[in-house]
Structures are given as C-alpha cells and as structure tokens.
Write a protein that binds this ligand. Sequence first.
Ligand SMILES: [Cu+2]
Length: 179
Amino acid sequence: MKRLATLAVTLLVATALSVTPASAHATLQSSNPAENAVLDVAPDEVTLTFNQNVQQNFAVVTVVGSDQSQWGASDPVVDGDTVSLDLDGLGAAGEYTIGYRVVSADGHPITGSIPFQLTQASPAAATPPATNLDFTNSAEPEAAEDPADSGGFPIWIIAVVVIAIGASGVLFALRKRSI
Ligand SMILES: [Cu+2]
C-alpha cells in the first residue's frame, strides 16, 4: 500500500514536471495601449509586459495602421519582461494593430496582435506629412533645380564649348600640317 502511494506520488510529480516545461513559455500579461483601447491621443511608445523575462534578441514589434502604414520609430527594446517600441506619433484616426514576436526564456517564440483605436488624427503625424508634401512639391525641387540651372549648367556648357573649340583648332592644325 505504501509502495503504491509512493508510486502514485512519483507519477504525479513526473507528470507535473513534464507538463511544466511545455507551459513555461512567456505569455503576454498586459500592454499599453491595452487591447481594444480607445485613445484620443497617440501614445509616445508601445509597451508589452510578459509574465516572465523574454530574450534580449529576436524581439519584433510593429504598429500598423489600417492602411498598412508602419508607425514604429525605433527597434524594440527588451528590458526583462517588458518590450517597448517608440512611436513618433500616429496617423489618421482609425484602427491600429500592435504586432509582436518575442522569444521566451525557454526558446519558444510567442506572437500576437493587439488592436486599438485612435479617435483623433495624431497631431505629431498630421502636420509633418503635410509639410513634407509641401517641401517635396514646391520648395525642394526648386531649391534642387535652381543651383543646377544657374550655376552648374552654364559652366558645363562653357567648358564643353571651350573644349570643342580647342579640339577643332587642334584638328584643323593637324590637318593643315599633314597637307
Ligand atoms: Cu515554452
């Protein structure tokens, strides 16, 4: 009877030990923004907190808008059980998705996605694209073309003309000499 009990306990312990490693990989505990959060203002960063440390390497975190635009402004930073990603604002109001892939201490990769909503266009991102478009459409091409037109081109033309005249003079002289 005692032996049976010992056997039963041994089996239970063995089962417990064999089950534990399989369920030992990290799981996401919380995130900021939280799943299905509704935000007025874009967060400065995205933070994912796991129930245990995750490996320093191999972490991938993305923040993607409904138009597939990417909003992450850094590589993900792993600090123990948290992984963070800087944001440089977000774009238009709408749905965004945080996607992640980290490797837990036991080597198992963990992936997931966390949707959240932005109710107002992010001011940080709403202004720069507008200014960027202005720059590329008007200021930048003019600034880039002007120096080439006024400075670079005439010098090239003059150089080509001078070389052409010089070359024809030499040819002329050579021809004359050979005749
Ligand atoms: Cu695991």
